[in-house]
Design a protein around this ligand. Structure first.
Ligand SMILES: C[S@@+](CC[C@H](N)C(=O)[O-])C[C@H]1O[C@@H](n2cnc3c(N)ncnc32)[C@H](O)[C@@H]1O
Length: 193
């Protein structure tokens, strides 16, 4: 899909999505105690910025990037309503270069471009944290993409971010009582050494 069609697709999606603030990703909400008290955070492919708003409330300076101008406008409005400052920019992260060792925290939720893994790690400061959560191929519910290119294989985040010290990894597969647990996504928190 061209960058233009991708932007149009997500603009259409965000033009009709709810106007209330979204919850942060589970990996950020559950492991928020690992966050530093200050520093610069990036919400990558932020959408309506549930993660960005959470990070700003935690006292971090926040940059948020998304390809959709509609999402970025709406995030700016949500931040303004809560008197929070977020540097929200329209950006195709597949094309624009990442700054070197800039961020203390990077959060990626429900977004996967495998070729960006190296740039994401490079963009973390030493000691910086990556919070990553997205859908797996083994997911049970229809939530998330159906194209396997956008779904994680078994333990894939561990391979993509193998250079980081792993603080959290959760991926439950299809083992045991499938009516329990979190089966659709993998959850990762790692620290750049
Ligand atoms: C499933 S949404 C997830 C949004 C948000 N991270 C969340 O968890 O609610 C995927 C997001 O990726 C954005 N996106 C897709 N391709 C992108 C690209 N090349 N550059 C920047 N953002 C992109 C879309 O606009 C959309 O907001």
């Amino acid at each position: 899909m061209s960058a233009e069609s991708l932007r149009e697709k997500w603009d259409r999606f965000y033009s009709s999505s709810p106007s209330h603030e979204l919850e942060p990703a589970t990996v950020l909400a559950e492991y928020g105690h690992l966050l530093p008290n200050s520093g610069l955070a990036l919400d990558l492919a932020c959408g309506l910025g549930g993660n960005a708003l959470f990070l700003a409330r935690r006292g971090l300076r926040v940059t948020a990037w998304d390809i959709s101008p509609v999402a970025i406008d709406r995030l700016e409005a949500l931040a303004g309503r809560s008197a929070l400052t977020i540097e929200a920019d329209v950006r195709d992260v597949d094309l624009a270069p990442f700054p070197h060792e800039q961020f203390d925290v990077i959060v990626v939720s429900r977004f996967l471009i495998r070729s960006l893994a190296g740039a994401i790690v490079d963009s973390l400061k030493p000691g910086g944290l990556l919070f990553y959560q997205t859908f797996v191929r083994e997911k049970l519910s229809p939530a998330g993409p159906s194209n396997p290119d956008y779904l994680l294989a078994e333990n894939e985040l561990l391979g993509l971010f193998g250079g980081l010290r792993v603080m959290v990894y959760r991926e439950e597969g299809r083992i045991g009582d499938l009516s329990l647990g979190r089966r659709d996504e993998a959850y990762f928190v790692g620290q750049k050494r």
